[in-house]
Structure formats: C-alpha cells, structure tokens
Design a protein around this ligand. Structure first.
Ligand code: 2AM
Ligand code: CA
Length: 256
C-alpha cells in the first residue's frame, strides 16, 4: 500500500492540537510539572499510532513512549517522537516538534517535522527534495566554519560527557561565527535542511530524535554521519553530525 504524505501530514497536524490546547487550558496551574509534558507525549503518540494503524495496518510502529522490542528494523516501520523538546514544553519555551519518519529497508523514505506553534511544516520524500510549507528548501551555501552558525545538543541526559563535550564546543565556538540552540534535535535538523544554520551535532541521540531529520538534511543537499564520518546504526544511540556538506570534514576533524 502506498503511503501518501498528505495523509500523514493531516494526522500530524491534528495531533499538534493536543500540544497547543494543553498549553492554553492548563498553562498556569501545571506549568513546570514534568508529568504534564509526559502526559502530552503519551497522548500525541497514542493519537498518531492509532491513526497510522488505521490507515496503514501493515506498517510497524516505533515511538519514544513505548518499548520497541518487537520492531523488525528490516521491515517497514514508522518512527515517532511525539514531542521533541519535552523540556521546552515543561518550561513553556515554544521550540518543540512532532517528528515522524517512515523507514523501509533500513532507510528513511519519508520524513515530517512539524512545529505546533509556528506551524512550520518540513517534509521530505526520498529522491524528491525537502520542503518547508510546500516550498523547496536547500542547505546553506556557506563554505567555511568561520562563516557558519553552528547548533548542537549538549546531551543533557549524560552529564558525564560534559567535560569532553564542552572542550569540543569551545574549540568550535572559537572557530565559527556563533552558536544557536533550541533544545530540540528534530527542529535543529530542520534548520540545517532549510539553511538557517550550517550544522547540528549531538552525542547519544535515539533514532526518533533524528529519523525525520536525516531525510530532510539529505534531501536538502546536506550530509549526515556519525562523529567519525561513519554510517549510523539504527538500533543503538548515535553521535550524529548534520551539515550543509561543505563544512562537514572541517567539523569532523574537531569532533573526532
Ligand atoms: P526529547 O525532548 O524528545 O526528550 C536534547 O539535547 C535532545 O536530546 C532532544 O531532542 C531530546 O529529545 C533528546 N533526548 C532526550 N532524552 C534523551 C535520551 N535519554 N537519549 C537521547 N536523546 C535524548
Ligand atoms: Ca526526542
């Protein structure tokens, strides 16, 4: 059965209402409560899983808020991050995204990143380019790190990496134009794809953090690898580097 991106986008847009309504209804009383974010994460995932199962019963479903032991990576599967940037949601810092990708034969074939507040919609189909709200996007043309805006994640869940991470950040900061950061890997990857920043990198990300982002970046003409320039393994946490392609090797030299 063919998957139609319009149908997938419709489901994601409907799910975004859960995020926006919750903020409006409950903002003041429970802002800052961690379980508030978790509850939204679950609700968004529940909704999207149900809708995808209805529309595409044969495709497996993988999501951040479930155990994914049964997923066979060699067959077709969806990968969902219902709220990427959960900490942002808790703090009412409006940089979050729903990230949804379809994998087939271990490769991303469809990717959607949706920002519920700005309603920016990033989409990509394999071999057909990347789009922002229906307009084709491309990575930036900047050729050197010294002219680049660089974004990164600081692996907040692995504070033991802080020492080596910040040494690398310092080195890159002295050599690039400036840093930008949102706290949502999916959003940052969409920003690499649309040319707003030249790179995003972070250690130990899960597949759902970057699954849609990989396709967006590649279809927009960028490059996506591990810290050593290696291919990424889907089953484990990965250290990921996405760039416009032109500054990739310069950045890898510092990261590696
Ligand atoms: P989340 O908001 O969906 O939790 C922040 O540096 C980035 O890391 C976010 O995209 C965040 O996704 C992701 N992240 C959060 N917890 C993580 C974990 N335990 N392992 C890997 N990535 C994580
Ligand atoms: Ca995530």
């Amino acid at each position: 059965m063919g998957v139609h991106i319009e149908q997938v986008v419709k489901i994601v847009r409907e799910a975004a209402v859960i995020i926006r309504n919750r903020e409006i209804d409950l903002n003041i009383t429970i802002k800052g409560a961690a379980d508030y974010a978790t509850e939204i994460d679950f609700k968004v995932q529940q909704f999207i899983e149900k809708e995808l199962k209805n529309a595409y019963p044969k495709i497996q479903f993988m999501g951040e808020e479930k155990s994914n032991e049964e997923v066979d990576f060699n067959e077709k599967f969806w990968v969902l991050d219902p709220v990427d940037g959960t900490n942002n949601l808790v703090h009412d810092y409006k940089e979050v995204a729903i990230s949804l990708a379809l994998f087939d034969k271990r490769e991303g074939v469809l990717g959607v990143v949706y920002q519920p507040y700005t309603e920016e919609l990033y989409t990509a189909n394999k071999g057909q380019g990347a789009y922002l709200n229906g307009n084709k996007i491309q990575v930036s043309k900047v050729k050197t790190l010294s002219k680049s805006l660089i974004s990164f994640g600081a692996s907040p869940y692995y504070k033991e990496l802080a020492e080596e991470n910040f040494e690398v950040f310092k080195e890159i900061f002295t050599r690039c134009e400036d840093f930008r950061r949102t706290g949502s890997a999916a959003m940052e990857l969409a920003y690499v794809a649309s040319g707003r920043v030249e790179s995003f990198f972070e250690k130990r990300l899960k597949l759902w953090d970057y699954a849609a982002g990989i396709l967006l970046v590649k279809e927009a003409g960028g490059k996506f690898t591990g810290y050593k320039g290696d291919e990424l393994e889907l089953e484990v946490c990965s250290d990921i580097v996405a760039t416009n392609g032109k500054i990739h090797s310069e950045l890898l030299e510092i990261l590696h």
